[in-house]
Design a protein around this ligand. Structure first.
Ligand SMILES: *Cc1c(COP(=O)(O)O)cnc(C)c1O
Length: 381
């Protein structure tokens, strides 16, 4: 627990905005295409134990996580609320994990023929049939069956004995660039792969992939980032609602009247009369150090630029433009908010919204608004 009177930061997650973003994406899908939700990495830093149930209650029947451990924790939460959803595990079947995967009713995304053999053997030994997805590589060269493995599978369907094949899955490399030739190239490769596995459903589009058009939708979409407010159409207005607000609390304000420098390395020089507010948020909280001298805070509508380097636990902002009564110890500065959404902070830090969100720290006092939030007493989530 953290105190509301925290001397650090307050992270507010708007669960109604999350659900609205999911419905927004669902409504864009081609007829017959279901909308899943990717809640790996603790729902991109926002909290999978809160996001998962809210999304399932909104109608989402397919949740995706990256790892077995994430899947186990999520299954406990979903069961706890008496809900039901398929939980797909992107990283697939690590050696020795089949029993846990089956016991927790998780759906592995099988990434190689070896994983297919492992899951099939587990099923045949117990004379049961269990679901799995099959990831085919169409250009990411990361996970998934390359074309030659896929051909061997197509030539010998008995390799899938015991497996209830759910979705054939592939992942786009450049979906946020609508005009990138990789997109149609991967689409064609995906269609060739599907033709080798007739009857299986298909899942292709991530957040930005949904915006490439209905031919990219297939049977199940897998949006992640857009659910949490990251713009899936960079360069165009953001169609998503902001889910995250991050506020840093002012610990001290100092009036500087003589020329001096601010922070480690003396990277910011103050020449004339200036007021500097020190916030109890730093890079140990995931407020990325690369935002030093670049990122912006806001008090109300007034910008308070980050000056000097960001420290481990502290950040300094210039509040000279803010009326003095509004920049006092104990008051809050938006570090992610209406005027500086996730993508803006990411831009200032030279990274992407995904990294800003998944870096969100664990020292923040977290507030969940909307949804139906009940304390998860006694749950190991
Ligand atoms: C993370 C991930 C997604 C979600 O991507 P976003 O760009 O966040 O929508 C979908 N599919 C796979 C395989 C992923 O790893």
């Amino acid at each position: 627990m953290t105190s509301l009177e925290t001397c650090g930061g307050i992270l507010t997650v708007d669960l109604d905005a999350l659900a609205a973003n999911w419905r927004n994406l669902r409504d864009r899908l081609a007829p017959g295409c279901a909308c899943g939700a990717v809640i790996k990495a603790d729902a991109y830093g926002t909290g999978a134990a809160e996001a998962g149930p809210v999304l399932v209650r909104a109608g989402c029947a397919h949740l995706f996580v990256a790892t077995l451990d994430e899947g186990i924790a999520l299954r406990e939460v979903i069961d706890h609320w008496g809900l039901d959803a398929a939980i797909h595990v992107f990283n697939g079947l690590c050696p020795g994990s089949a029993a846990d995967m089956a016991h927790e009713r998780l759906t592995p995304v099988l990434n190689s023929l070896a994983e297919v053999a492992d899951w099939s053997a587990y099923c045949r030994l117990r004379d049961i049939r269990l679901p799995a997805d099959l990831h085919v590589d169409t250009g990411m060269s990361r996970l998934g069956l390359p074309e030659d493995e896929l051909r061997r599978l197509a030539d010998d369907p008995s390799l899938l004995d015991g497996i209830v094949l759910g979705h054939v899955v592939s992942h786009l490399t450049s979906s946020e660039e609508a005009g990138d030739p990789s997109n149609p190239r991967q689409l064609a490769a995906f269609q060739r792969a599907r033709a080798m596995l007739p009857g299986a459903k298909a899942s292709f589009a991530n957040s930005s992939g949904i915006f490439l058009g209905p031919e990219y939708h297939f049977d199940l979409a897998r949006p992640g980032a857009a659910l949490y407010g990251v713009n899936p159409t960079p360069g165009q207005p953001n169609p998503m609602a902001q889910v995250v607000r991050l506020q840093g609390k002012i610990l001290q304000v100092r009036q500087i009247d003589t020329p001096q420098t601010v922070g480690y390395g003396a990277t910011h020089a103050v020449m004339g009369p200036t007021r500097i507010a020190t916030l109890g948020v730093g890079y140990a909280d995931g407020y990325l150090r690369s935002g030093g001298n670049k990122a912006s805070g806001y008090i109300g509508d007034v910008r308070a630029p980050v000056v000097g380097r960001i420290s481990m636990d502290l950040t300094t902002v210039d509040v000279s433009d803010v009326p003095e009564p509004l920049a006092q110890p104990g008051m809050l500065v938006d570090l992610i908010g209406p005027h500086n959404p996730v993508d803006d902070l990411a831009g200032a830090c030279g990274t992407i919204g995904y990294e800003v969100l998944t870096s969100l720290g664990h020292r923040y006092h977290r507030i969940y608004t909307g949804g139906i939030h009940v304390e998860l007493d006694g749950l190991t989530t």
